[in-house]
Design a protein around this ligand. Structure first.
Ligand code: NAD
Length: 303
């Protein structure tokens, strides 16, 4: 086990729920929380500390940005979240500034750290995090479409009355409105999903439902955090135990020279390898469109 200290920057809904999810998984020895709102952060640390006797986590502390920079895994959840009706891309100006500020305060960053960006729009901000941290591309990951892929698997399992574990399906492209399902590579019980009784209309409905879920949850309760916290603890597990599991994440594509969501093998150094899925022509086109949108927004933001 290489990594044992995890720092979470941003102790809001996503940050504190992630800390709790990590504690309950019993594989982190030390958790560090940092937030610009020091009182709130202290409150979360003390509330979470009440759960320490029931976990294998030894300590949870409210620390400085510099302490967080020395952690083995640094998870960034700080920044503004979507308001009802807002897209993730609407947050780019405000969160871009916040992320740049945070990376200045984290310096010097542990050279071996794996950074997991969560703040939206996650694909653009992961690219900015990699530039600010100057860590190699493989050590800077965005928690992107794993969440949508898990939602999709759940919706397909409900529709086909099949176990979620028998379904393999990826959501790729942008962690946002320019996402798409790689239906041509999806399987149920090892058979192509396109041959399992779902019509093109059914697939379209499932894809739209997956894309809309975030908007519907935000309209109902204002934010989403349980699912992403579970995804983040899953990612950390694959890093800490060098499990080399395939997880869709926002990663740097050498082909497109941009951070975009693709399936990748996740191990102790972050991304070990990006999986080259045999997409069909329509899916390739959708991937190129997502890359185009992300590149345009990045160019406008970084001017
Ligand atoms: P929140 O408002 O509850 O928490 C954000 C926290 O960031 C607050 O505690 C705030 O004080 C802190 N903060 C703001 N500026 C800071 C700074 N400069 N330094 C340190 N801390 C700072 O929001 P949330 O619901 O926890 O969402 C956080 C982010 O995560 C949002 O951008 C949201 O869109 C994103 N998110 C991403 C995913 C994903 O799958 N990638 C899923 C859900 C939410």
């Amino acid at each position: 086990m290489k990594h044992t200290t995890i720092a979470i920057i941003g102790a809001g809904f996503v940050g504190s729920t992630t800390a709790y999810a990590l504690m309950l998984r019993n594989f982190v020895s030390e958790l560090i929380l940092v937030d610009i709102d020091e009182n709130h952060c202290e409150g979360e640390v003390r509330d979470l500390s009440d759960a320490l006797p029931f976990t294998s986590t030894a300590t949870i502390k409210h620390c400085s940005f510099a302490d967080a920079g020395r952690a083995d895994i640094i998870i960034i959840t700080a920044g503004a979240r979507q308001k009802p009706g807002q897209s993730r891309l609407d947050l780019v100006q405000i969160n871009h500034r916040i992320i740049k500020e945070i990376f200045c305060k984290l310096r010097p960053i542990n050279h071996d750290a794996v950074v997991i960006m969560v703040t939206n729009p996650v694909d653009i901000l992961t690219r900015i995090a990699q530039e600010c941290s100057q860590l190699p591309h493989n050590q800077v990951i965005g928690a992107g479409t794993e969440l949508e892929a898990q939602r999709l698997r759940r919706f397909i399992s409900e529709r086909l009355n099949a176990s979620m574990s028998s379904i393999n399906a990826f959501v790729l492209g942008e962690h946002g409105d320019n996402q798409f399902v790689a239906w041509s590579t999806a399987t149920v019980d090892g058979s192509p999903l396109t041959e399992c009784g779902l019509t093109a209309q059914d697939r379209d409905d499932l894809e739209q439902k997956t894309k809309q879920e975030v908007y519907e949850i935000i309209a109902l309760k204002g934010s989403t955090y349980f699912g992403v916290a579970a995804c983040l603890s899953d990612l950390c597990q694959s890093i800490i135990f060098n499990q080399q599991r395939v997880i869709p994440v926002s990663c740097y594509s050498p082909t497109y020279k941009v951070y975009v969501n693709l399936p990748a093998i996740i191990g102790e150094n972050g991304i070990c390898k990006i999986i080259d899925l045999p997409l069909n022509a329509d899916e390739e086109q959708k991937l190129k469109e997502a890359v185009h949108v992300l590149n345009n927004i990045y160019q406008t933001t970084s001017r």
